[in-house]
Design a protein around this ligand. Structure first.
Ligand SMILES: Nc1ncnc2c1ncn2[C@@H]1O[C@H](COP(=O)(O)OP(=O)(O)OP(=O)(O)O)[C@@H](O)[C@H]1O
Ligand SMILES: [Mg+2]
Length: 479
């Protein structure tokens, strides 16, 4: 899906560095602005707030820390990444304590830096893009929670009741029912909505990293801990932390979260200091926590602490009446985002959507609409287009089970090799190249469409095609 172009402001007095950032980030489809001093940067921010600032800590005139504080006063929810070199790391760490998103150490590792930039932009979007509940159809282009069914009305009521309090909220529901969306709505309606909202996905991060990401660490806490690092919980002080997929959180961390809820304090890894921490916790999971407790995978005491305020999101099949509304919303939203004219949809096609069981819930519906729209040629969407998209999905699912076997045996073979350096990178390249080939097949060799399908920028896709030496003739199967 194409996103609106995001603007990044670089503040650095080094011309060369500004230029290389400019090239690199423009390639990645960001809009880049640059300022050579803190003063100039602030002027630009006052005129128009960018989506992210990358700020050098060492600046002539107004220094980096002063600039950061001034930016923070103008817009506390604007993510700022601090660039630092040896010697100024301490200051950068202080900045993360007072709300900078993160800091990066020069010289940069480009892929790492791009990851941090993506995360920071995502976090800014989370905080600033307003989630509207049940909007009128003509204003539904922004992110919105759609649905008027009774169970959804219960959800809105619950959001209204819990948002103004500081109570811990647990959001439950099957995958794709909108838990993340509701978490953001709760935050935006809370009294903490001017303070940070930091999302942490407990399942996407390996256990040891998750602990340091959440709680931070002291210098020397473990091999490789060269500097103190402030964890996300401490960074969210005064604000809200969103613990997504909490049902998958390792037991050892569950007890630390329990302590945070009970004692309102944390300790950094390898630290002795107890740090008072005022954060509101919003948690979400699609797991059956009751089963997880009986299997010894989830702490019962944490469960009781979390479940006091629970918002249950209904599966889509239990609120079928909302399907036409959702379909209409995604159709106009994705058409607008892809600069397409909304083709409309026939009643039979809507009926087919309404009859389908939607195991993947709203996410699956959104994906189907997006897919149909990419291949649609402008005429109203008909039943066959919907059925075809749904069938392809079903067929793919079954293939996946067998595919996974092949992938696993490939991985096992690779892991058993002792002669290979950079095993991770070479495996990832292998998969990425297959993925790109398949996407090109699907789009009939059209790179713009393939990039859209993959969620990559065109230049990124292009450089990957070059890197893997993918020949379009061989990538596209002949009929
Ligand atoms: N009621 C809704 N109205 C509009 N869009 C929705 C609604 N519910 C979910 N979505 C959209 O569906 C997609 C999936 O939602 P979300 O990521 O919040 O699901 P989730 O419950 O967190 O799923 P998972 O358990 O897989 O993480 C998102 O793009 C979200 O914006
Ligand atoms: Mg989610």
């Amino acid at each position: 899906m194409k996103n609106e172009t995001q603007t990044i402001l670089i503040i650095d007095d080094d011309d060369q560095l500004r230029n290389s950032f400019f090239r690199l980030l423009t390639e990645e489809n960001y809009q880049v602005k640059a300022a050579a001093s803190g003063e100039q940067g602030l002027e630009m921010i006052k005129k128009q707030i960018p989506d992210l600032v990358i700020l050098d800590i060492r600046l002539p005139g107004m220094n980096g820390m002063e600039t950061f504080e001034a930016i923070h006063d103008i817009e506390p929810k604007l993510p700022v990444i601090i660039m630092t070199a040896y010697g100024t790391t301490q200051t950068a760490i202080e900045a993360t304590k007072t709300g900078a998103f993160d800091y990066i150490l020069k010289p940069f590792d480009i892929p790492d830096m791009l990851t941090i930039i993506k995360k920071a932009l995502e976090s800014g979007r989370f905080m600033r893009s307003h989630v509207k509940m049940d909007p009128a159809p003509d204003e539904s282009f922004h992110e919105a929670v759609i649905g008027r069914s009774t169970p959804m009305q219960e959800v809105y009521k619950a959001i209204g009741r819990v948002s103004p309090t500081d109570a811990t909220v647990l959001i439950r529901g099957e995958s794709g029912t909108g838990k993340e969306l509701i978490a953001r709505a709760v935050y935006q309606h809370s009294s903490r909505n001017q303070k940070p909202f930091l999302p942490i996905n407990c399942v996407a991060i390996p256990e040891t990293l998750l602990e340091s990401e959440l709680f931070g660490y002291e210098k020397g806490a473990f091999t490789g801990a060269a500097h103190r690092r402030i964890g996300k919980i401490e960074q969210a002080h005064g604000g809200t932390i969103f613990l997504d997929e909490i049902g998958d959180m390792p037991l050892s961390l569950q007890s630390k979260i329990l302590r945070l809820i009970q004692e309102k304090s944390i300790e950094r890894l390898g630290g002795r200091e107890t740090i008072p921490t005022d954060v509101r916790i919003i948690a979400a999971t699609n797991r059956n926590l009751e089963n997880a407790i009986s299997e010894g995978m989830f702490r019962e005491d944490l469960y009781y602490r979390l479940k006091v305020v629970t918002i249950w999101l209904p599966p889509l099949r239990e609120r079928r009446g909302d399907i036409p509304l959702l379909e209409e919303y995604f159709l106009s939203r994705y058409s607008a985002e892809n600069n397409l004219v909304n083709p409309g949809i026939t009643q039979e096609a809507v009926n087919t959507l309404c009859a389908y069981p939607w195991p993947g819930n709203v996410r699956e519906l959104a994906n189907i609409i997006q897919k149909v729209l990419i291949f649609n040629r402008g005429a109203p969407i008909v039943q066959e287009e919907i059925s075809q998209a749904l069938n392809e999905k079903g067929a793919r699912k079954n293939e996946n089970i067998e595919e996974n076997q092949d992938i696993l045996s490939f991985i096992q073979k690779e892991l058993s090799r002792t002669d290979k350096e950079n095993l991770f990178d070479s495996c990832m390249d292998h998969f990425a190249s297959l993925l790109i080939r398949e996407a090109l097949n699907l789009s009939g060799g059209n790179r713009t469409q393939a990039a859209k399908i993959l969620g990559l920028s065109r230049p990124t896709l292009h450089s990957r095609i070059e890197k893997y030496g993918i020949k379009l003739e061989t990538a596209v199967k002949s009929e």
